[in-house]
Design a protein around this ligand. Structure first.
Ligand code: GMT
Length: 377
């Protein structure tokens, strides 16, 4: 039997797909008996239960008056080294090349070569920072100094080679969700509480309302959809575009049909009362919310960009449309919402795909194999 591993995990612990995936991975590895050490700036928000083999090490960033900027990266590197030495960690699994792979590299310099580094790329570090010439050298360095690098979709692997040109193999390991949490629940009571009539369809969008998510396209598409089908739109999340979006909803006269729910936990209940999910981003390396919705039986309409086509199987679990093609998006949604048989088929396919291609068992095993291969090298 293989010995259990001691693994340090670093991610941005606040709300966001990368934090969610990193935390879920830590929880599921702990359930397999590994010793997990989260080294993060705050308690990961999905770490909502006590596990005897998970420890949280807080990275404290002090505000010294001599420094204009608080040194998060250095505080993290030093914490990683301290924890790795004391706990005799086998490896650090960091999420995001910048700054986390660089911090892990520094920690390794302090601890010694036995400490291995696995870096997972999630998108924003490559698709946004990768265009900045002043940072791309550093991203390449972070990638090349890692022992193993993974990315959450083939599309992100391709984009990383195009933009950063690292001399390093990058392996795709898809994201996953906890299917014990994300599955179809009876949410009829909730539908009633929100004042949604039984004969009304529910369109849902979940994001952090950044510009890249093009939430305005969700609203414009819904404006066309609700002319053909009785429907309500649930907008879940919050972020920089919120004021613009709420003004837009008012200007289009949709106030009575659009519900702003803000940031929410227990998303599985909201997916369970929804009939279609829209994710119309201009850049998206994976789209974790698509997978969450699919696992709850919600067919998805997404843009044909980044990793979205690897998650939505065109015509099987949903539809793909070009970025900004509001008419096609609305037509596809109307088609889906007005044909019960089609909806039923796609809903079943969505549940099957979430369980088959992206099952947590499969993905966590993939990460586990990467770790074992690395430490026995
Ligand atoms: O989408 C965001 O703005 C958040 C960002 C993050 O760091 O959590 O999401 C990225 O990582 C997720 C988990 O791998 C992916 O599902 C998202 O597609 C990816 N976001 C982008 O590529 C824009």
């Amino acid at each position: 039997m293989k010995r259990k591993l001691k693994i340090g995990i670093t991610c941005y612990p606040s709300v966001g797909g990368s934090g969610v995936v990193a935390t879920e991975l830590g929880k599921q590895l702990a359930e397999r008996g590994h010793e997990i050490h989260f080294i993060t700036s705050s308690l990961p928000f999905r770490l909502n239960k006590v596990y005897c083999n998970i420890t949280f090490h807080e990275v404290e960033v002090n505000q010294y008056s001599v420094f204009k900027y608080p040194p998060y990266d250095l505080a993290l590197a030093s914490k990683m080294a301290e924890v790795a030495k004391r706990e005799k960690l086998d490896l650090l699994h960091v999420h995001y090349a910048i700054p986390h792979a660089i911090c892990a590299f520094l920690a390794k310099q302090m601890v010694g070569d036995d400490l291995k580094i696995v870096t997972t790329l999630h998108g924003t570090d490559i698709t946004v920072l990768g265009y900045d010439q002043s940072l791309s050298e550093l991203i390449r360095f972070g990638i090349e100094s890692s022992d193993v690098v993974t990315a959450v979709s083939d599309s992100l692997v391709k984009q990383t080679y195009e933009l950063i040109q690292p001399k390093k193999e990058i392996e795709t390991v898809y994201n996953f969700i906890d299917d014990r949490v994300y599955n179809k629940k009876d949410a009829s009571h909730l539908k009633k509480q929100y004042g949604i009539h039984e004969d009304e369809k529910v369109v849902i969008h979940v994001s952090n309302f950044r510009k890249v998510k093009r939430v305005q396209d969700v609203v414009y598409s819904f404006q066309l959809i609700q002319k053909e089908v009785k429907a309500k739109l649930l907008l879940v999340g919050d972020g920089p575009e919120m004021t613009y979006i709420s003004n837009l909803v008012g200007e289009l006269g949709l106030t009575d049909k659009v519900l702003f729910l803000g940031k929410q936990e227990n998303l599985e209940e909201l997916y369970s009362l929804s009939d279609v999910m829209l994710l119309l981003s201009e850049k998206e390396s994976f789209g974790l919310v698509l997978l969450e919705a699919m696992a709850c039986g919600v067919p998805c309409i997404g843009t044909n960009t980044g990793g979205i086509p690897e998650v939505i199987y065109e015509g099987e679990t949903g539809y793909l449309c070009e970025v900004g093609d509001i008419k096609s998006i609305a037509n596809r949604a109307v088609e889906l919402l007005s044909n019960d048989l089609l909806h039923q088929n796609m809903s079943e396919n969505a549940i099957f795909t979430a369980k088959d291609a992206f099952h947590s068992e499969k993905i966590v095993t993939q990460y586990e194999s990467i770790y074992y291969d690395l430490i026995t090298k």
